[in-house]
Write a protein that binds this ligand. Structure first.
Ligand code: HAM
Length: 435
């Protein structure tokens, strides 16, 4: 038997969690006025080298690269930002009149990582990017957008970790300080760190091999190398978050694993009890020079991305209340004359919005009844030769256990009324997916 590839998975019964999350994404994206954007799953390899960064783990170790039949180098997208920025430039979206230009996306990403709980080689991200404003209030908005999604999903025990890298001058001063700090020890550190020391010292702080060494713990902090303007930006981001009642933990060790960030960086984590070491469910930050680096005009931007699998796992641990997958009517068919009528009725009811299922297996009455229970049917309708002749149907309400005979011409209106009444009676059944 051919099995799925390592690090990939099939979504079967968990699909309802994915759908609940997607519904919430659409709702919150509408509230924050972000518009959906869809970009390709593969791009030119150079796009990721120039944006995510040559020396990052993602690009140096984790990309799926392939040469196509025309000899071009392609890469399966490891993240969404680079593709959205490419699309932003290529489609001249920077000329759109609505400012800032705000987009969200949902799609599969690919990273050749060592699979473990919460870490896959093909995974889903929900991301958002806001282009055009360098104002700290939009950094705060993007964090509020992410937090509001989690509130909508009723996810508890989440913490927002916030830091700043500052802009070019602050980053350069910090990199000098890092070089100075590591200069006497670098030869005892891993090979990757030795390369990073030369090419991109900030990346040393991402090292998984040397992370517990004392020299790492005592490394300089970004906050001490900020220019006055960058410091002010960071203070204002925190003020705006406070105004929205969003609590954050300032963590000066947070640098993120992608090169394009400037100023604000953040991660949202759930407790390790829920997800183990892969407990970052969202990461993001500001990237003021990426549009320009990729050949566009000077346009500041800020964004985030959620890992959907980790969200699903956290929701399951939180006993997220999924709404029962139920149908409105199951039609039990007693003979072939009734089958023709049942098909006709089912189509009419479905067109009117009534979720209808019927027997296609030519099962016994008892077996069909069992099927209606598997489908959680609210109503069961029994249709035989006699009912067709009399133009009526016997309907049982499985909730109230009331049985009645209804003229087929009135079936739609009767069912629709009963279902509307149920909806009205259940105004405060505002749980899970329905919220
Ligand atoms: P990232 O931190 O690389 O950032 O990924 C964001 C989220 O994707 C992570 O917090 C995690 O939940 C999920 N994730 C990453 N790798 C995996 C994996 N192998 N398996 C499962 N989940 C994973 C970015 O991708 C940036 N593009 C975020 C961003 C958007 N920054 C600005 N705009």
């Amino acid at each position: 038997m051919i099995k799925r590839m390592k690090g990939t998975y099939d979504i079967t019964s968990d699909i309802r969690y994915y759908q609940a999350i997607e519904k919430q994404i659409q709702k919150v994206s509408r509230l924050f006025n972000y518009q959906e954007i869809r970009t390709p799953h593969f791009e030119q390899q150079a796009l990721f080298h120039r944006s995510v960064g040559q020396d990052t783990d993602i690009v140096s170790k984790e990309t799926y690269d392939f040469k196509d039949r025309g000899g071009r180098m392609n890469t399966l997208r490891p993240e969404g930002t680079a593709g959205v920025v490419r699309a932003f430039i290529e489609n001249k979206l920077y000329a759109e009149p609505k400012l800032p230009q705000k987009y969200y996306y949902l799609g599969n990403m690919f990273r050749y990582e060592r699979p473990q709980k919460g870490r896959f080689r093909e995974f889903y991200q929900f991301g958002a990017e806001a282009f055009g404003s360098n104002h700290p209030a939009i950094d705060a908005e993007i964090i509020a957008y992410a937090v509001t999604l989690l509130r909508g999903l009723k996810l508890k025990n989440v913490t927002v970790h916030l830091n700043t890298l500052g802009d070019k001058a602050s980053k350069a001063a910090f990199e000098d300080a890092l070089k100075n700090h590591f200069k006497d020890d670098i030869e005892h550190m891993c090979q990757d760190c030795q390369t990073r020391y030369q090419e991109n010292p900030l990346r040393i702080l991402d090292c998984k091999v040397d992370q517990d060494k004392a020299i790492m713990q005592s490394a300089p902090k970004t906050i001490d190398y900020l220019t006055k303007t960058d410091q002010k930006h960071f203070t204002l981001v925190q003020d705006y978050l406070k105004a929205m009642n969003i609590d954050v933990i300032v963590d000066h060790n947070l640098v993120r694993g992608l090169d394009y960030y400037t100023h604000t960086v953040f991660e949202i984590k759930v407790s390790k009890d829920l997800l183990g070491s892969q407990n970052a469910i969202c990461g993001g930050g500001r990237y003021n020079h990426l549009v320009e680096t990729l050949g566009g005009p000077e346009v500041p931007a800020v964004g985030f991305a959620f890992g959907i699998e980790r969200l699903v796992m956290a929701l399951k641990e939180n006993d997220y209340p999924l709404v029962e997958d139920a149908i409105h009517l199951y039609l039990l068919i007693l003979d072939d004359t009734a089958r023709l009528k049942a098909v006709e009725i089912a189509q009419k009811l479905r067109l009117g919005g009534i979720i209808t299922e019927l027997d296609y297996m030519e099962k016994s009455f008892k077996a069909q009844f069992k099927q209606s229970a598997h489908h959680n049917a609210r109503f069961v309708g029994i249709l035989g030769e006699n009912e067709v002749k009399e133009n009526q149907i016997n309907v049982k309400d499985q909730q109230s256990e009331v049985e009645e005979t209804i003229a087929l011409d009135d079936l739609y209106i009767e069912l629709a009324q009963k279902l509307t009444k149920q909806r009205d009676d259940c105004k405060d059944c505002d749980k899970g997916e329905s919220s």
